[in-house]
Design a protein around this ligand. Sequence first.
Ligand code: MSP
Length: 697
Amino acid sequence: MKKFYLTTPLYYPNAPPHVGSAYTTIVCDVLARYKRMCGEDVAFFTGTDEHGEKLERAAAAAGVSPREFVAEKRKLFLGLWKKLGIDYTHFAYTDQPDHVISVQRILRRAQENEPGVIYKGQYQGRYCVNDERYISDGAEPANCDICGRPAELISEENYFFKLSAFQERLLAHYAQHPEFVRPDFRRNEVTSFVKSGLRDISVSRKRIKWGIPWPDDPEQVFYVWYDALTGYLTGLGYAQGENGSADFQKYWRNDASGEVVHMIGKDILRFHAIYWPAFLMAARMPLPKTVFAHGWIYYEQDKMSKSKGNVVYPEPIVEALNSFGAPGNDALRYYLLREAPFGQDMSFSYEGLIQRYNSDLANDLGNLANRTHTMVSQYYGGVLTQTEDYWETQEIRKGYFAELAHQTLNEFRERFELYDISRALESVWRFISRVNKYLSDEARPWIMWQAINSGTGQTGIVEQYKRFLPGILYTASEAVRFCSLLLHPIIPAGADRLWKQSGGEGKIEDQRLQDLRWGKLKSGTRLGQPEIIFPRLDKAATLAKLHELAEADLERDRPKEALKSVQTETGKTPEPRTPSPESRVPSPEKISIEDFAKVDMRVGEIVSAEPVAGAKKLTKLRVDIGTEVRQVVAGIAEYYSPEQLVGMKVVLVTNLQPRKLRGVESNGMIVAATVGAEERPVLVTFKEDVPNGARLK
Ligand code: MSP
């Protein structure tokens, strides 16, 4: 059986997990369930990254030891995974005793196999005495980003990892194994970064106490990434025995018999795609097959942050939806995976969540299941009496739905294998829509039933309907069974209920996709009780509940002092942030459609982004608009980092006169919204995949 080791990052337990951190874990849970359904032997890891100065300081502020502090916070993560039904098999936290052995062991292996890879050198960086933390590896920036005070330029003797020695080996690896970094545009980013030259990195610190001791040098502890990344090995039992536990030997491999996949967010790609393979190469250990960097979840186009009070937590969402009888976990999972192409950023909104749930789960899937099972129950006492569907049109010949179902299955698997999850779901929904159309526009079995029972229909027709009806219901029922199996990884609770209702045999999680065939439902099968699994949500009531529960959660985050002062000023807590009608901009003078048509706006993909020398607000972009790649200069440098921009789909006004900004030619203009008093630009982008060059009309 092929082995598959899938990991989430090890989360910092300094704050409660929000929907962004839950995203990676949910995605992994989906993939793990999918791989199990493909018959693979899956180990699914998650963990917490508990060392470092941030946690040390947070513990001090809370008046407890770092060990007590992280142990408490860790529970928040474990509790959430339980609530979300995350079915992980392996867990590690970096404060667990055997992690010390793992980290010291991989270091020793590196020193043995790659002499000189670790050396003692002079480290220079800024250290903020006030906040007791390192703020940069070098002289710049000079001020602390937390307190704003000038930070001390310190120099200490630390251990270094000779990353520069791996530049060529890394580049060769990316070239020979293009699947190592995914999606492709992220690989390009990493490759250019490595090509631009790698510097050695410091992997220990003297001033920090909360960390893993450096072997034979009690003055130093390992500095974050060497420690954290090794957590992936600890989770499998790398510290056990001489060569790791049986699980370690079974799952840590990269060959035909098994593979390792790290799922991470785009912000930690460099550590995973550059540092980690170099650390492993030095220790002569197999590299992961793939590091997949997914996009970020933004709330109202903004990065979630506690201080801004715009953090979205998963618990209130699940709770609010559950309170209306809807499966909250399924709804959240489905929304997160269906809404944006996997790999791209996504903008989270409560309205979007309700809308997706209502249209896809309640309407398309829920209605198909509900009306089918209700008809079988009412017309035939819940029993399928015939497997042959005799209905025929030009399109719907015998075997039409069987063929479509198998096509859907193949497409679903192909797309899943490429991590193209939203499009895998699209395939299933295309099939569901086709069956819905069959029932509501073409066959219309309820009309047949009426005709059969009203006693007024012509005998010939009634006889024909009697022949058709059970087969049509069979088709619809079999479609529900078929889809429920495909949907098990994404909506496990709802899929399980659908599977049972539609006569699926055995436990859904024991089913294998390679055994899924159309027509396995037998004549005589008794279906389960028809029950509404995805009740429609009332938008206003659900939004009100979501906001009520989310506000209660945010209250927990709000700094107590700030809250007090707001309360004394106004007598009540602030309303959720919706723009007041007064703040809306008055509509400008009307223009004709011809005027509008003069503006040529195209979809473009940013292929490179770099600062403009001497202009701290400007970024130079190269944008692929299908027919050509344009150079554009945009005033977005303070709000978007080059890494964030590369790969983004934007809107470009292409027929403006070219002009020069700070001596750099700009040939077009990127469209952005202007937000807030500071006029922050928010780039216009797309939720769906659109080809470069598509015109906006
Ligand atoms: N501790 C490191 C990882 C070490 S792995 C060896 C870390 N932790 S983290 O808690 O800050 O982030 C964990 C993961 O959550 C990252 O993959 C990050 O991308 C992801 N997310 C945090 N906020 C996110 C969003 N708003 N949206 C999507 N994912 C985001 O980094």
